[in-house]
Design a binder for this molecule. Structure first.
Ligand SMILES: [Fe+2]
Ligand SMILES: [Fe+2]
Length: 191
């Protein structure tokens, strides 16, 4: 259902277990970036009514998530601050084809894959993190992020045929697995 071609390696859980505060700060950045991406996609394709409505819903939900993470940061006395970004988003965005409608398909599918990976990782955190507040928070996000994944894939199909979208999703998903599989020394939601 989530279109991912690999499962997260155990080493990621070990990496984040000792760095949960840093993961929380990164998580806040992820929610903000997810809202900004949806806003940007909406701005490019304003004449696609269905897309515009769907993006406004995603922007709102991601900003709600952002506020929830900020509340947890505040309660724990963790300052929200700039962080060096990992390689994941940059490398995925480098895969976008330059010309329309291919670019629209790729932007939507890459966004959908990021949502899918977030989902997979939230469910891992929900199961493995000892901190009860955090594990229930991560499990509460799963459903919404899964619906964002489906929305992005559905919208990609308004720019190309089902077969074309399916084939491209397969290619991008294989690339996503390679990118996430390389890991990153910085503990991040997508390291
Ligand atoms: Fe979110
Ligand atoms: Fe999302």
């Amino acid at each position: 259902m989530l279109s991912l071609q690999s499962n997260t390696h155990q080493s990621w859980l070990l990496q984040v277990a000792g760095n949960l505060n840093e993961i929380l700060v990164d998580h806040a950045h992820c929610e903000y970036k997810a809202a900004a991406t949806a806003m940007s996609i909406m701005g490019t394709y304003v004449d696609h009514r269905d897309l515009v409505v769907a993006m406004t819903v995603i922007v709102q939900e991601e900003m709600e998530h952002f506020h929830l993470v900020m509340k947890i940061l505040d309660e724990r006395g963790i300052p929200f601050r700039k962080q060096r970004p990992g390689h994941y988003g940059r490398e995925l965005n480098a895969l976008l084809r330059p010309h329309e409608p291919d670019r629209a398909v790729d932007r939507l599918l890459v966004s959908g894959l990021i949502e899918a990976r977030s989902c997979e990782r939230f469910s891992l955190l929900a199961t493995h993190v000892d901190d009860r507040e955090l594990s229930s928070f991560y499990s509460s996000l799963f459903e919404t992020e899964a619906s964002h994944h489906s929305t992005y894939v559905r919208l990609a199909k308004t720019f190309a045929s089902d077969e074309i979208v399916k084939a491209r999703l397969n290619e991008l998903s294989a690339a996503e697995s390679q990118i996430i599989g390389r890991g990153n020394p910085l503990p991040r939601m997508h390291s």
